[in-house]
Design a protein around this ligand. Structure first.
Ligand code: COA
Length: 470
């Protein structure tokens, strides 16, 4: 059985046992059971605790061995030293997969490492896949299953999130919610004793709900397995690889027991398999949203429209400094733009549509620019100057994205101003149109779409070569 089939009982379980389900609302085992119930899980739930007959109205069994039906998934939240015993019971019961929430394993030193090895061997002998230990669990907003111990669900969407850090994982979910970024599956992967990033890449590549895979990684144990999975993956992958510096690397070894390794090696390996690297949470989601909701750029030539000259220049600088081009426009485009511009401005790229631009000027110039054969993508910028009309800017961007879908050229928006304009551009976020609060963020997102275009071109060429060969 491949890892995709092996992981299905964990991520689409027909029945779940919560081992260490607690009667105390302050404990993690209580919270996990509560979260499963809150989201309205429709499969069978078996709380397991030898000390108590009933929790939240559910009958409690003393052990999984007392459960008559089959169990797909066991979520384990008992102290680390009690985990081997309950896992042996799971193996005896032929549970298909386990998530070990408990900490106290490889991240704590040699004794914990041996304990982790012991539970891995129990999982292997029992034919159970194991997520964790030292994990938060997972949250699935598509199938409404909250198998994690912190309250709160992501908005449903098309970006899968895998995180080696549990706390950061939840922080990222809340951040994404605030930005109206929807997620498909959120998986806290913990110490990766068994199921690792490569298994999850394979699994999510086959997941119809997922378009983009976003990851937070501290260390990878089996580099070859990881690179093979990334190379096979048809979907774009964006990664934060933390522990880049000596200080970060030392912290990672006590956090999840990871060896961070040489950052130069990671960097070149990621490049080889076209993984895009993000350097913080904001960048991870900037890239993931652009990849999920805009077409890839088929070339690196960017058109820029702004209502403020300075913002246009800064955006041009950022585009060129990340390796994009801000090309001259064709004569046909220049002639078409002129009637829409005030006499004080010239028809060029970056284009300054001036502070008094209204909906029609933004929309008409954007439309003309996108039709230029020298332009592969468009950045629309709005500066909240005194006479600016950000609402009309937002309307123009929405209409352009809708009308020009067939051109397959990405459009991203960018703004400069305060809370008032941030509130207005929220409409773009709600509609999943990438919108960024700085020129550097917008330029890097377009670069990411250009890299994705390049990746797809190479995949296409390889496929073509294989077909020609056969
Ligand atoms: N089978 C089933 N239930 C058992 C059990 C067993 N063999 N042994 C104990 N239990 C029950 C306990 O009776 C208790 O229930 P109660 O509160 O109703 O009495 C419950 O399981 C929990 O056991 P307890 O000993 O109280 O542990 P705890 O809740 O204080 O801590 C962990 C357990 C797993 C939460 C804790 O050890 C831990 O690892 N915390 C950190 C988790 C974490 O941060 N993970 C990583 C996130 S990124």
């Amino acid at each position: 059985m491949g890892s995709v089939e092996e992981l299905r009982p964990i991520f689409s379980p027909k029945s779940i046992a919560v081992i260490g389900a607690s009667r105390s609302p302050m404990k993690i085992g209580y919270e996990i059971l509560q979260n499963i119930l809150v989201q309205g899980y429709t499969g069978k739930i078996y709380p397991i605790n030898p000390e108590v007959p009933e929790i939240m109205g559910l009958k409690v069994q003393p052990s999984v061995l007392a459960v008559k039906d089959d169990i797909d998934l066991a979520i384990i939240a008992v102290p680390a030293e009690a985990v081997p015993k309950v896992m042996m019971e799971c193996a005896k019961k032929k549970v298909k997969g386990v998530i070990v929430i408990s900490s106290g394993f490889a991240e704590t030193g040699e004794k914990g490492r041996l304990l982790e090895e012991e539970i891995l061997q129990i999982a292997r002998k029992g034919n159970m896949r194991l997520i964790g230990p030292n994990t938060l669990g997972y949250k699935d907003p598509i199938d409404n299953l909250d198998a994690a111990f912190v309250f709160g669900m992501p908005r449903p969407g098309e970006i899968a999130l895998i995180s080696q850090s549990g706390a950061l994982c939840i922080g990222m979910v809340y951040y994404a919610n605030g930005e109206y970024i929807g997620l498909s599956r959120v998986i806290s992967i913990g110490n990766k004793a068994d199921v690792d990033d490569a298994d999850l890449i394979d699994y999510l590549d086959q997941d119809p709900a997922t378009k983009v895979i976003a990851m937070y990684i501290e260390g990878i144990k089996d580099g070859k397995k990881f690179l093979d999975a990334a190379r096979r993956c048809q979907k774009p992958i964006v990664v934060i690889k933390a522990g880049r510096t000596p200080a970060g690397s030392a912290a990672a070894s006590t956090h999840t027991g990871s060896l961070s390794g040489s950052d130069i090696v990671y960097d070149s390996a990621f490049r080889q398999v076209h993984i895009q690297r993000a350097y913080d949470v904001i960048e991870l989601f900037d890239f993931a949203r652009a990849l999920a909701y805009q077409p890839p750029a088929l070339g690196g030539r960017v058109g820029i429209i702004s209502n403020g000259g300075g913002a246009g220049i800064m955006t041009a600088d950022w585009c060129e400094s990340v390796g994009l081009k801000v090309p001259n426009l064709t004569k046909k485009t220049i002639d078409a733009l002129r009637p829409h511009l005030p006499s004080i401005t010239s028809a060029r790229n970056p284009l300054d549509v001036t502070g008094d631009a209204r909906f029609h000027r933004y929309h008409a110039t954007g439309s003309i620019m996108l039709s230029d054969p020298n332009i592969d993508s468009l950045i629309m910028v709005c500066v909240h100057a005194g006479i600016a009309r950000p609402r009309e800017f937002v309307g123009a961007v929405i209409k352009l994205v809708g009308d020009k879908r067939n051109l397959k050229k990405p459009i991203v928006a960018c703004w400069v101003g305060g809370p008032e304009i941030d509130e207005v551009v929220q409409e773009l976020r709600v509609k999943n149109i990438p919108v960024y609060s700085s020129a550097s963020r917008a330029a890097k997102a377009v670069k990411c779409l250009y890299e994705e275009g390049h990746r797809l071109e190479l995949i296409g060429k390889k496929k073509q070569a294989r077909e020609n060969h056969s």
